[in-house]
Design a protein around this ligand. Structure first.
Ligand code: UDP
Length: 237
């Protein structure tokens, strides 16, 4: 089913599909990178966990009425998705302070925000994905102001749906990153992945970090942590 390689990123390869111009195959790699690619390693098995965790999340969101590009899992490390052209924005939603916002604004880690924050980053490796505002997004991408509002509302809705989803398996959703694309009819569609590579998840009982920070901060065995998340999600299915 896979045709030519369309794009290779840090964590995934994207393939065209024979005789189906409106689908793509996302192939999850076992690589982990952090700090804009400065820290990297390969974790055998990681691709499978991100593929299956992302599939479980998109399936749940779809049951909750939140559509995405996800169609179905093909095998351990690959999934079929609707073809979209990614808008070069990383949309970050934050419930609790962690990561870059603690350094940029001097907010102490673990500080809860009175309401979730939505931030835009411009997806450009050479620039180091800088934080931008709405006016910059209008200038740098093809989104309209109405679409910016739509993207913000959709991101907050995803947050509203994912908080109880993770709480049920004993995880607190600290923050996460979403990407949106345009499909064949120019509509905006939730795309890319949602996985422990793109979310911060803290164990509700112990406070342990159960996401890519385990790799960023050298806290333990990344694959064991991702396996534990998939096991918890499968146990409540
Ligand atoms: N994130 C991501 N890709 C990026 C940057 C951030 O998936 O290129 C996710 C990250 O895993 C976290 C959230 O977005 O869940 C907020 O990240 P932050 O801005 O704190 O950056 P970090 O400190 O992780 O570099």
């Amino acid at each position: 089913m896979k045709a030519e390689l369309l794009y290779e990123g840090k964590a995934k390869k994207v393939y065209c599909v024979h005789e189906d111009v409106n689908s793509l195959v996302l192939s999850y790699k076992h690589d982990a990178t952090a700090f804009n690619g400065e820290k990297r390693d390969v974790f055998e098995g990681k691709g499978r966990y991100n593929n299956l965790i992302s599939a479980a999340i998109f399936t749940y969101l779809s049951e909750q009425g939140v559509a995405s590009h996800f169609k179905h899992v093909l095998n351990d490390t690959e999934q079929l998705v609707e073809r979209t052209t990614i808008i070069p924005l990383e949309v970050v939603v934050r419930n609790i302070a962690a990561g870059s916002i603690t350094r940029r604004l001097g907010i102490e880690e673990k500080t809860a925000f009175p309401s979730p924050l939505v931030e835009f980053y411009y997806k450009d490796d050479q620039l180091g994905d800088p934080l931008i505002n709405d006016a910059h997004a209008l200038l740098l991408t093809d989104v309209t102001s109405e679409e910016i509002e739509q993207i913000k509302q959709l991101s907050l809705l995803v947050n509203q749906k994912l908080q109880p989803f993770f709480a049920e398996v004993g995880l607190q959703l600290i923050d996460f990153k979403l990407e949106f694309g345009r499909n064949y009819s120019n509509a905006i569609v939730l795309s890319d992945e949602i996985s422990p590579d793109t979310c911060r998840l803290w164990d509700i009982k112990t406070g342990a970090k159960m996401d890519k920070d385990v790799f960023r901060e050298g806290l333990g065995d990344l694959v064991e942590v991702y396996e534990a998340i998939l096991n918890r999600l499968e146990a409540v299915k």
